[in-house]
Design a protein. Structure first.
Length: 435
């Protein structure tokens, strides 16, 4: 389904609102993305109709966020969030209010939005309503608060991180008054839930220029003021330099684990420190685990002796596959290949990994083949199971796991064939060593 199809259905929603005697506009991110020539993800609609009225006009609706005035309207293929024009007058503790006031005027609704580029609307004819000149700002490459920047950031301190995120994702310069307001009001970030900060940082890290965002976070010092401290991370940011940008930005847009892994690595943070930071930022357990594993795997590979031989390096690589699994090692391989590529292109760029460039080049060139050639990756790949081993010893116990592990290692390093008889006889010789 194409965007035009989504727009056609969105216009039907507007038409139905108009037919029922209300106002209806496309607003927010959709209008901004159209004006900026960006890919459109979804369409938000604002209306003068109250949520109850919206629910009576449309057949299929979901009361998604009634206290904020939002009803989801389900169409044939797409769904649209339809929100009643509103203001957000009473901000408590510098965050968005739980309750809002409905108004009948589009202008009032646009006025409470964060940045000029997010405060545009579009009518059913495609005419842009832009009272705060968001279009001009976008064209000049500027992001700016709607109205008085200090007041807007005092109302909702998350806007400071959103500002950094939008600047990075759209390649914009933060307008002076807005930037100065961020510097003045940055300590208010302590009132903002870590989950909301995480969402913005994640959008930044999967955007087109995460390094610009990181740079702005460093320059503003914003991350020193989070509700749960991420001090090590905020302190480490002080040391980044422009040379580091390639290692974060050159990775594919949605490869967020790799981008986070490289960011922590270039900041000199180890796996424990990185996972504490990500946990404080309320990232999912999976995200924390994957990032931690990748950083640990890099460090494991760096344990290779300074006077390494090719044979030792390949051995260490296969050990890494057994310890961390194929997916993690594949990610590290991609990171090393990128590092090799970056430094071939620009020879002044330093590597960010604690390994010599010779080793990185070697892994980047031979790692894939080495991994593909392995006969087993886990004990499950062995042509023999724990049950097969039971008759070999009168007691059950941890020895089974140890024997299987030893067999897996020897097969993976090509020291043993993955054949049942061979494995059985090798197991028999290992068991006495264990007991
Ligand atoms: P994206 O969907 O790409 O993350 P977006 O601008 O659509 O960007 P949302 O968080 O979906 O961001 O918000 C939709 C709109 O709501 C914004 O364009 C903006 O007009 C308004 N908005 C969102 N968050 C705030 C906020 N903290 N303060 C003021 N207005 C906001
Ligand atoms: Mg949106």
């Amino acid at each position: 389904m194409t965007v035009t199809h989504m727009e056609a259905e969105g216009k039907q929603v507007l038409q139905q609102l108009l037919d029922a005697g209300y106002e209806g506009y496309f607003v927010g991110g959709y209008v901004r993305d159209i004006v900026a020539g960006k890919e459109v993800k979804d369409i938000d609609i604002a209306t003068s109709a109250t949520p109850e009225q919206v629910m009576s006009i449309f057949e299929r609706t979901v009361p998604t966020g009634l206290q904020h005035g939002t009803v989801t309207v389900l169409c044939d293929t797409f769904q649209f969030e339809v929100t009643t024009f509103r203001t957000e007058s009473s901000y408590i503790h510098h965050r968005r209010p739980e309750k809002v006031e409905f108004v009948t005027n589009l202008h009032e609704d646009l006025k409470r939005r964060d940045f000029t580029m997010n405060a545009m609307a579009m009518d059913i004819e495609g005419k842009i309503i832009d009272p705060f000149h968001g279009h001009d700002d976008l064209q000049c490459g500027i992001i700016r608060c709607v109205g008085n920047a200090i007041e807007r950031l005092e109302e909702d301190a998350l806007r400071m991180v959103r500002c950094v995120r939008f600047a990075a994702n759209f390649g914009l310069h933060i307008e002076e008054e807005t930037w100065n307001a961020i510097l003045e009001k940055k300590s208010l970030l302590q009132h903002i839930a870590m989950e909301r900060i995480q969402i913005e940082l994640q959008k930044m890290m999967t955007g087109r220029d995460p390094f610009q965002g990181i740079w702005l976070l460093k320059e503003s010092g914003l991350l020193h003021y989070t509700k749960r401290p991420i001090t090590l991370f905020a302190d480490a940011l002080e040391h980044i330099t422009m040379e580091h940008q390639h290692h974060v930005n050159a990775l594919p847009l949605h490869n967020s684990i790799s981008r986070w892994c490289n960011l922590f690595t270039l900041l000199g943070m180890n796996a424990e420190e990185a996972s504490t930071c990500l946990r404080h930022l309320c990232f999912s357990n999976q995200h924390v685990y994957d990032t931690k594993q990748s950083i640990q795997c890099v460090h494991f590979l760096s344990e290779l002796n300074d006077h390494w031989s090719e044979e030792e390096a390949l051995y260490q690589w296969r050990e890494a596959v057994l310890l961390y699994g194929k997916d993690v090692v594949q990610r590290v391989l991609d990171l090393f290949s990128l590092d090799k590529h970056i430094r071939e292109e620009i020879d002044t760029v330093p590597s960010i990994y604690p390994l010599s460039s010779d080793v990185i080049y070697f892994f980047a060139s031979h790692g894939q083949r080495c991994m593909d050639d392995m006969k087993v990756y886990t004990v499950k790949d062995l042509q023999l199971s724990g049950t097969d081993l039971l008759p070999l010893h009168p007691e059950r116990g941890s020895w089974i796991r140890e024997v299987l592990h030893q067999l897996m290692k020897e097969v993976s390093h090509g020291q043993l064939a993955n054949e049942r008889d061979v494995l059985m006889s090798r197991a028999k010789s290992i068991i006495p060593e264990l007991t």
